[in-house]
Write a protein that binds this ligand. Structure first.
Ligand SMILES: Nc1nc2c(ncn2[C@@H]2O[C@H](COP(=O)(O)OP(=O)(O)OP(=O)(O)O)[C@@H](O)[C@H]2O)c(=O)[nH]1
Ligand SMILES: [Mg+2]
Length: 251
C-alpha cells in the first residue's frame, strides 16, 4: 500500500489539520523498521542512574534547566548564584550548540563552569553530563545547574540524573506553548514564568496558562520572575534552598 501523500482531519470545528508525510513510492514491503529510540533512551537511563548515585554520595543537588532559546536560562542561573552563593557552592554545566558565551558569563560570577558544545545536537544526554561532571571539582560543590540547549522538545525526553527539572517560559513566547509542547510541561517539577516585567500583556492569559499546566501536571510548582527587575528571584531562591537543604539532610 503506497504511503505517499497526506491525510486531513478535523481538530475542532472550523480547524482543519493536515498531517503531511512524504514517502513517495515507498511501500510497506520494502521498509525495514529499526526503532533505535528505545535503545538510546535505555542507555541514557543507565548513565543517568550512575550520575544520581554519584551525586547522592557527594550530597550534590543537580538541576536540569530547560526552555526555548532566549527565555532567560543564563540570566536565572546568574541571579540564583548571586542570591545563594553565601550558602552553597555552585558548579554550572552549560549546553549549547556552539560557543562558550554562556560559560564565560556564569564563570564571571566566580563559579566553576563547563561548556559542552554539541555541534548540532539539540539536547544534552546523560553521557555528556558525566563528561561535564568530570571537569568539575565535585568535592567542593553543593549544587550543579545544567543549562540545557534552548529547545522545548528533545530535552524533555532525556533523564540527566537530575533532582529537579525546571523549565522557564517567558511571557513574550506566549501562553499557548502548553498546547504545542505539552511533554516539556508534563515532565517538569517547576515552571518559572520569566520576563514578568512584560506583564500585564493583553496577549498573555495567565489564568488560562496556569489552569492548563495544572491539568496536565497537578504537582508542578509555578513561580513568576523577572531577571530584569529581580521580582520573584528571592522567593525562587528561598524555595530552592529549602529543597537543597532537605535533600542534603537525607543523604
Ligand atoms: N525584559 C526581560 N529580559 C530578560 C529577562 N530575563 C532575561 N532577559 C533577557 O533576555 C535575553 C536572553 O536571556 P538569556 O538569559 O541569555 O536567555 P537563555 O535562555 O540563556 O538563552 P539561550 O542560552 O540562548 O537559549 C537577554 O537579553 C536577557 O537580558 C527578564 O526577566 N525580563
Ligand atoms: Mg543561555
Amino acid at each position: 500500500m503506497p504511503l505517499a501523500g497526506h491525510n486531513t482531519y478535523s481538530l475542532e470545528e472550523n480547524v482543519c489539520c493536515v498531517r503531511y508525510y512524504d514517502m513517495k513510492g515507498i511501500t510497506m514491503e520494502n521498509i525495514r523498521l529499526v526503532d533505535i529510540r528505545e535503545f538510546i533512551l535505555s542507555d541514557n537511563q543507565n548513565d543517568a542512574e550512575k550520575i544520581r548515585d554519584l551525586l547522592a554520595e557527594k550530597k550534590i543537588f543537580l538541576i536540569n534547566l530547560m526552555s526555548s532559546p532566549g527565555s532567560g536560562k543564563t540570566s536565572l542561573i546568574i541571579q540564583t548564584v548571586r542570591q545563594l552563593k553565601s550558602k552553597f557552592k555552585f558548579g554550572i554545566i552549560e549546553g549549547d550548540i556552539e560557543s562558550t558565551v554562556d560559560a564565560e558569563k556564569v564563570a564571571s560570577e566566580g563559579v566553576q563552569a563547563v561548556q559542552i558544545t554539541t555541534g548540532g545536537m539539540c539536547h544534552l544526554d546523560a553521557s555528556m553530563i558525566s563528561i561535564g561532571l568530570e571537569k568539575l571539582d565535585l568535592s567542593t560543590l553543593d549544587i550543579v545547574i545544567i543549562e540545557n540547549i534552548g529547545n522545548l522538545v528533545c530535552p524533555a525526553e532525556f533523564d540527566l540524573g537530575e533532582n529537579l527539572k525546571v523549565m522557564i517560559l517567558s511571557v513574550p513566547e506566549g501562553d499557548d506553548k502548553i498546547l504545542k509542547y505539552p511533554m516539556m510541561f508534563s515532565v517538569c517539577d517547576v515552571l518559572i514564568i520569566n520576563k514578568a516585567d512584560y506583564l500585564p500583556d493583553d496577549g498573555f492569559d495567565m489564568e488560562f496558562l496556569i489552569k492548563k499546566v495544572k491539568n496536565l501536571n497537578p504537582n508542578i510548582e509555578i513561580m513568576m520572575t523577572s531577571c530584569r527587575t529581580g521580582a520573584g528571584i528571592e522567593a525562587w531562591a528561598e524555595w530552592l534552598a529549602s529543597r537543597v537543604v532537605e535533600y542534603k539532610s537525607k543523604r
